[in-house]
Design a protein around this ligand. Structure first.
Ligand SMILES: NC(=O)c1ccc[n+]([C@@H]2O[C@H](COP(=O)([O-])OP(=O)(O)OC[C@H]3O[C@@H](n4cnc5c(N)ncnc54)[C@H](OP(=O)(O)O)[C@@H]3O)[C@@H](O)[C@H]2O)c1
Length: 315
């Protein structure tokens, strides 16, 4: 611990609100890991839509001040006495609270070793989104083999749709210029009258449409709240088509360490093999997280967003 700095830069909120509540402090203490914790020197942290939920209070912070950020990659800088599987210098990525700072102490339950073949930044950009996509596809809808699936992608602009197409979407709907519900019905007219499953991260604004475009006996996976939380609704609305509805969260699929390890290994393997491409749109310095959150809420491009945690470390 002697070579570690005493203080660090940390992206914090002290209250819920707009992006102006985000402050970058330079005198946050570098924590000492507890006996069962590791200390990670973060090189990159992911910027995710969930950061905006933390900032607005939709997902309440455990306490204030609260450090933003839910995923990062870096190297192990110190280990607690009872930690067995990690040592100083190991390259890791993790899911955890307080990732948008230079050093984060955490229980290593959701910390994974990163294979050398994965380029810098990619694990931080890919671990939360990758695990979510893989676990939800496998367990919310039980896609055993994606080969043969026909994917319809919706987005607000053509740039994002081009990315979706590059990643395998067969049909593209720009919902700024097209009626997405009508378009999905048109596309699926001769194939069961609706989609077999909807994966929806938008929430409030699209939930009613989800129930319309899904076919009889289909599945709606409502996985996020980008436009706000879906309000309470009468479950009898599922009856006319005998629909299944899930509102899953990633952590309930990786509650056991073996589940986290299996999904993480698979995602990293797929990245190395090129089966999963992680688009990194831009890396921001920690000081620009507030600005990055403005863009994340209405991004002109698709792809992951990162904040660079260590560029001015120690200076
Ligand atoms: N349940 C879980 O455990 C879990 C885990 C991880 C992520 N998620 C969810 O997965 C979704 C995607 O996460 P992400 O971090 O990758 O976010 P993201 O896709 O980069 O951002 C969310 C997108 O939602 C769209 N959107 C539609 N209506 C919007 C509105 N009114 N305001 C803002 N955005 C709107 C925007 O795309 P367009 O410009 O194309 O409209 C925006 O880019 C989010 O809903 C997130 O909460 C859930």
């Amino acid at each position: 611990m002697s070579s570690l700095p005493k203080t660090q830069r940390s992206v914090r909120i002290n209250a819920y609100g707009g992006v102006d509540v985000i402050k970058v402090v330079t005198d946050a203490l570098v924590p000492s890991p507890a006996d069962n914790e590791v200390l990670v020197k973060n090189t990159y942290a992911g910027l995710n839509f969930i950061d905006t939920y933390s900032r607005t209070g939709l997902y309440p912070a455990p306490s204030f001040p609260h450090t933003l950020g839910r995923e990062a990659e870096g190297t192990i800088a110190a280990v607690g006495k009872s930690v067995q599987n990690f040592k100083v210098g190991d390259r890791v990525a993790y899911l955890g609270i307080g990732a948008q700072q230079e050093y984060t102490a955490l229980d290593p339950f959701y910390v994974a070793h990163v294979p050398p073949a994965i380029p810098e930044g990619v694990a931080a950009a890919g671990i939360l989104q990758g695990l979510t996509a893989l676990a939800f596809a496998r367990e919310s809808y039980e896609i055993k083999n994606a080969i043969g699936a026909h994917v319809i992608a919706t987005a607000s602009n053509d740039q994002k749709l081009a990315i979706a197409q590059e990643h395998g979407a067969e049909f593209l709907i720009n919902y700024s210029t097209q009626d997405w519900v009508a378009e999905v019905k048109k596309i699926t007219k001769d194939a069961g009258g609706g989609v077999a499953a909807v994966f929806d991260g938008v929430g409030k604004d699209t939930f009613d449409g989800d129930l319309e475009v899904v076919r009889r006996k289909g599945t709606v996976v409502s996985l996020g709240n980008a436009s706000g939380a879906v309000p309470p609704f009468a479950i009898a609305r599922l009856s006319p088509k005998n629909l299944k509805l899930l509102r899953p969260q990633l952590f309930a699929y990786i509650a056991e360490r073996r589940e986290f390890e299996a999904y993480t290994r698979e995602i990293f393997d797929w990245i190395i093999e090129g089966r999963v491409k992680v688009n990194i749109h831009k890396a921001y310095p920690l000081e620009e997280v507030a600005q990055a959150q403005t863009v994340t809420a209405h991004p002109p491009h698709g792809g992951a967003w990162l904040t660079h945690g260590a560029t001015t470390l120690g200076s």
